[in-house]
Write a protein that binds this ligand. Structure first.
Ligand SMILES: Nc1ncnc2c1ncn2[C@@H]1O[C@H](COP(=O)(O)OP(=O)(O)OP(=O)(O)O)[C@@H](O)[C@H]1O
Length: 267
């Protein structure tokens, strides 16, 4: 059943002539892991902003369980690429603060829960460190642990691993899958990524966005059973086929855009 619904959404930022998102319709089922891929500037982050309730659509309707999304709320946790931790709080305090502020836990239980989450993300011995004393990958682990501390039904992830190296990326992806499935009660995830392989490894379905302005050209079901194993996955002919299909969808749009620009410039 659709949990999140974007219905004919358009968004034009004040002062802009062109919409960032136009006539976008997409629905995401309860417990579904949806990945969005698309070239830079096609409105992926704008769509996260709309779902988070940080930005209002110019037209159209966005709902969560049939209720309009009008503002941020505890039912949606957001993780951005830049970690967005409080620099003046230790790793442990960043997480326990989130637990207290959201009303999920108070006092000592909040600290205990925060410690458990840090253990889960492999950072027990860094609990007293401040974000500035952690590596990028570690900071992102804390940011993810903090988001999952909120135990929200919906996770909106805007290129959460964009700034980490390939090795850390792999372990963060596995961590995300572990948190997504949680205690068997799956969260609903909307993940923005530039990385087609990441989308194919993680998602149930991939929405391919194209620019000018942002819209969905195609949604692709990812047929591979879970748990997925990277080593075998990348050798699966269906994987290669899907990867090529997505790549050519993206390249086609980019080529068409280039043709327009070059044609317009008389080149
Ligand atoms: N706060 C804002 N105010 C005005 N225009 C904005 C704002 N945020 C984004 N835009 C514009 O909206 C369009 C879509 O941007 P958006 O960041 O959503 O794309 P994106 O697909 O997430 O890009 P990237 O992959 O580079 O992060 C761009 O033309 C951008 O300039």
């Amino acid at each position: 059943m659709a949990l999140l619904k974007l219905e004919s959404i358009s968004l034009t930022y004040p002062g802009d002539e062109c919409p960032a998102v136009a006539n976008l319709s997409l629905s995401i089922d309860q417990g579904e892991f949806l990945a969005v891929v698309g070239p830079s500037g096609c409105g992926k982050s704008s769509t996260i902003g709309l779902l988070a309730g940080l930005t209002a659509a110019t037209s159209g309707r966005i709902t969560l369980q049939d209720r309009p999304i009008l503002a941020p709320g505890p039912d949606r946790a957001v993780v951005f690429q830049d970690y967005s931790l409080f620099p003046w709080m230790t790793a442990l305090d960043n997480i326990s603060f989130a637990l207290r502020e959201s009303g999920r836990s108070k006092g000592k239980p909040a600290e205990e829960k925060a410690k458990k989450l840090l253990e889960l993300v492999g950072l027990s011995s860094y609990s007293h460190k401040y974000p500035g004393e952690l590596s990028g990958g570690m900071r992102q682990r804390v940011a993810i642990a903090r988001a999952f501390a909120l135990d929200a039904p919906v996770y909106l992830l805007d290129e959460p691993f964009g700034a980490v190296d390939a090795k850390n990326r792999v372990s963060l992806q596995d961590l995300l899958l572990k948190l997504w499935t949680g205690d068997g009660n799956k969260k609903t995830v909307f993940l923005v990524t530039h990385d087609i392989d990441e989308a194919l490894y993680l998602a149930d379905r991939i929405a391919v966005f194209t620019p000018g302005p942002g819209r969905v050209v195609k949604t692709v079901e990812v047929p591979f059973p879970r748990p997925r194993r990277r080593f075998f996955l990348v050798k699966d002919p269906r994987y290669i086929e899907l990867r090529n299909e997505i790549l050519s969808l993206l390249q086609q749009e980019i080529l068409e855009e280039l043709q327009q620009v070059e044609g317009g410039a008389g080149i």
